[in-house]
Design a protein around this ligand. Structure first.
Ligand code: PLP
Ligand code: ZN
Length: 613
C-alpha cells in the first residue's frame, strides 16, 4: 500500500496485488475477479460517525467507504437513498411481521446499478479516461450511459444483435454509442475487453469499482432498520456482483461496530439461468450453462463471473439459495404491484418469489426481519408485464358501453385470467351448462346462454383446427364474444376461404363472402396469403360500398405454448373519412385470425359510417 492511498487491489484467486493503473478489471495473471482491500484503520480515521448517523441516507454520504481519491472528480446523479418499504399487506399474507422491500427501482436510471456507476465513472474521471466502453444487454448500459452523459465522456456499448430496441432506448437517449455484435453476450464482453485495451478506453462492467459502489445498499438498509442488519437479506443473482457487494457492505458495518450481527443471505435465480443455485444445491463449483432461457433478462447470465464469491457469501452467512420458475416470477411481479404498489421488472420480483416459496415451507419465523432487494423498476421491461396483464377493452365514449363493461364484469375475467393460463380445461367440448360451470369456476362470472352458445361455436372452430383449448384461449374467446361489435349484425361476413402460397410465386386466394344480402365468390392474388385475401375482400366490398378501408398497421403476437400456440392479430385500419379502428382476433391459425380481425375492422367502420354506432 502506498501512503497516499488507503486501499489496494488484490486478486481473489492467486492473491497478487495490483495498483489500479495496472488493472481494475480482472487479474492479469490468473484472470480471477479482483477485490479492493482497505486499510480499515486508516478508513476508520477518515470516518465521521456523527454525520454518518445524522445526515439523510444517500449513496454519497458513504464516500469514506469508497476507493475514491479525488473528491473533485465525483460524477453523481444523487443515487441511493431509496425507500425501505414495509410490506403492509404481504407481511400479513406470509405471516412475517417485518417484511420489507428495498425499492432500488427508485434510483436515477431505475436500477441499483447507479450506485456502482457512481464509483465506476468517478474512477474513470479520476484516471482521465477519454472514453468508457462496456458490454451489456440493458440496465448497466443505461446506467453507465447516463453518468457518462453528465461527465461528458463518450460511452461505447456492445450488445448482442437482436437485443430488443426497447431495452436500449434509454441508453441511446443518454447518448450511448451502441454497436450491435453478431454473437452472444459473452462474445460482446470479450470484444469490449479488447476494444478497451487497444483504444485505451476505460472498461466498465461487473468489476471491483462497481462492487464498491453497490455496498451502499447494505449501509442504507442497516441505517433504515435503526442500525441493525435484517435476519434475512434476499437478492437476485446475475453475475453475482451485487450480492457480493451487499455482503461486503454488511461486513464493513460490523467491523466498525455499526451493527452487531450479520444477515443471512438468500441468493435467487430463475430456473432458466441457475448456475449459482445448482452449484449451491450440488455442493459443487459453478459450471457455465450452454443455454439459458428466462424472462428475467437482467439476470440471464450463463457464466456468472462472481458466482464463487456468491457461494462464499451464502456459506459464510449461513444463508440459502433458491431458483424460481418464470411463471412464478410473473405471478409475484403482479402480486407485489397489487399488494404493495411497487412495480418491479421480473428480475426484481425474484426475491419476493423466494419468500413465497420458502414461507410456504415454514422457513421463516414470524419475528424475522426479511429484506427483499427489488433491483429494478418495472418500466424498464414493460413487455414482460404486458405478457400477463390483460389488454384493456376499447369502447366508444358512451355511458352504456361503460355499463356493459361493469355488468359483464370484464375486469374480473381479466384478473382471473392471469392464473394458470396454460391449463387445459376439458377432454371433450362441453355443452352450454358445463361450459357455464367451467367459466364460473375459472373466471368467477356467469354468462348468458347466448354468449355461451356463441362461445361454443368459437371453441369448435379452434378445435377443428386441431388446437387444444387452454384457459388463455377460453378467455380470448369469451372476451371477443362480450365485445359489443361481435353481437352486432355483421354487414361483412367471410364465410370461407382458401389460399395457395408458394416460395416463388404470388399467393392466391379464393373467398366466399357475404356483404349485406349479397353473396360473392372472389379470386385474388397478393404478396402473401393475408394480402391476397384482403385484396379480394376489398374488391368485393367496393362493388357495394363507398367506404374503402386501408390497413395502417398489422401485428402478430404468438402466445407462449410452443408450436400449438394460438396467435393474436392486431390490425389498425382507416377509412377514407379518416375514421380509425384497432381490432384484435385470435385463432390457432394466423391467416384465420387476420381475416377475422379485418372483418371486425370493416364492420366497425361500416356501422360508424352508417350511423349505427
Ligand atoms: C444487474 C441486475 C441484476 C443482477 O445483478 P448482478 O450484480 O449481475 O448479480 C438483478 N436485477 C436487475 C434489475 C439488474 O439490473
Ligand atoms: Zn490472480
Amino acid at each position: 500500500m502506498t501512503n497516499q492511498s488507503f486501499y489496494e487491489i488484490k486478486c481473489t484467486g492467486c492473491g497478487q496485488t495490483f495498483t489500479e493503473q495496472q488493472t481494475c478489471t480482472t487479474c492479469t495473471k490468473c484472470a480471477a475477479p479482483l477485490d479492493v482491500v482497505y486499510d480499515y484503520d486508516l478508513m476508520k480515521q477518515r470516518l465521521n460517525l456523527y454525520s454518518l448517523k445524522n445526515s439523510p441516507i444517500s449513496a454519497l454520504k458513504y464516500l469514506s467507504f469508497y476507493p475514491i481519491i479525488n473528491l473533485d472528480k465525483i460524477v453523481s446523479l444523487n443515487e441511493g437513498g431509496t425507500p425501505l418499504h414495509h410490506c403492509v399487506n404481504l407481511s400479513k399474507k406470509y405471516d412475517i411481521k417485518n417484511l420489507y422491500i428495498k425499492n432500488e427501482g427508485a434510483n436515477p436510471t431505475g436500477v441499483f446499478k447507479d450506485r456502482g456507476t457512481l464509483v465506476e465513472v468517478t474512477k474513470a474521471q479520476e484516471m482521465g479516461a477519454k472514453a468508457v466502453c462496456l458490454a451489456s444487454t440493458g440496465n448497466m448500459a443505461a446506467s453507465v450511459a447516463a453518468y457518462c452523459s453528465i461527465a461528458k465522456i463518450p460511452c461505447y456499448v456492445l450488445v448482442p444483435e437482436g437485443t430488443p430496441i426497447g431495452k436500449l432506448a434509454q441508453s441511446l437517449s443518454y447518448g450511448a454509442r451502441i454497436i450491435q455484435v453478431r454473437g452472444s453476450y459473452v462474445e460482446c464482453a470479450k470484444l469490449a475487453e479488447k476494444m478497451a485495451e487497444k483504444h485505451g478506453f476505460y472498461l466498465a462492467g461487473d468489476y471491483v469499482f462497481r462492487l464498491e459502489g453497490q455496498k451502499s445498499q447494505a449501509y442504507e438498509i442497516a441505517e433504515q432498520l435503526n442500525w441493525r442488519a435484517p435476519d434475512y437479506l434476499i437478492c437476485p443473482v446475475g453475475v453475482g456482483t451485487n450480492l457480493s457487494a451487499i455482503w461486503k457492505g454488511f461486513l464493513e458495518l460490523k467491523r466498525f461496530d455499526l451493527i452487531d450481527k450479520l444477515p443471512k443471505l438468500i441468493a435467487v435465480q430463475p430456473k432458466g439461468a441457475n448456475v449459482v443455485i445448482t452449484a449451491f444445491k450440488t455442493k459443487k463449483k459453478c459450471k457455465a450453462l450452454e443455454f439459458t432461457d428466462t424472462i428475467c433478462s437482467a439476470v440471464n447470465v450463463s457464466d456468472p463471473l462472481d458466482g464463487p464469491k456468491v457461494l462464499k457469501c451464502i456459506f459464510d452467512s449461513h444463508g440459502h439459495a433458491v431458483d424460481i420458475a418464470d411463471d412464478h416470477v410473473l405471478e409475484i411481479q403482479q402480486l407485489v404491484a397489487k399488494q404493495e404498489a411497487i412495480f418491479v421488472e421480473p428480475s426484481g420480483a425474484l426475491p419476493m418469489a423466494a419468500v413465497d416459496l420458502l414461507a410456504a415451507k415454514g422457513f421463516f419465523k414470524k419475528t424475522d426481519t426479511v429484506v427483499c432487494i427489488a433491483t429494478g423498476n418495472g418500466l424498464k421491461d414493460p413487455k414482460s408485464a404486458v405478457k400477463i396483464v390483460p389488454e384493456p377493452p376499447t369502447i366508444d365514449p358512451k355511458l352504456d358501453e361503460v355499463d356493459h363493461y361493469l355488468k359483464h364484469k370484464i375486469y374480473q375475467i381479466q384478473a382471473e385470467g392471469i392464473k394458470n393460463k396454460d391449463k387445459i380445461l376439458w377432454k371433450k367440448i362441453p355443452n352450454t351448462s358445463s361450459l357455464k360451470k367451467i367459466i364460473k369456476e375459472e373466471f368467477s362470472i356467469s354468462l348468458s346462454t347466448k354468449v355461451l352458445e356463441n362461445s361454443i361455436k368459437s371453441i369448435q372452430d379452434f378445435e377443428n383446427k386441431g388446437k387444444t383449448i387452454t384457459k388463455q384461449d377460453l378467455q380470448n374467446i369469451i372476451e371477443s364474444q362480450l365485445d359489443k361489435y361481435s353481437s352486432k349484425e355483421r354487414h361483412l361476413e367471410i364465410i370461407d376461404f382458401e389460399t395457395k402460397t408458394s416460395k416463388y410465386n404470388m399467393a392466391e386466394a379464393s373467398i366466399k363472402l357475404r356483404i349485406g344480402k349479397h353473396l360473392h365468390l372472389a379470386q385474388s392474388k397478393g404478396v402473401g396469403a393475408v394480402d391476397a385475401l384482403i385484396k379480394g375482400i376489398n374488391v368485393a366490398i367496393k362493388k357495394h360500398d363507398k367506404i374503402s378501408i386501408t390497413l395502417i398497421d398489422y401485428n402478430v403476437e404468438i402466445f407462449t405454448g410452443g408450436v400449438e400456440a394460438a396467435v393474436k392479430v392486431t390490425m389498425k385500419a382507416v377509412d377514407k373519412f379518416g375514421n380509425k379502428i384497432i381490432s384484435h382476433a385470435t385463432s390457432p391459425d394466423v391467416i384465420v385470425a387476420s381475416v377475422k380481425a379485418f372483418e371486425k375492422c370493416y364492420n366497425f367502420l361500416y356501422h360508424k359510417n352508417h350511423g349505427k354506432n
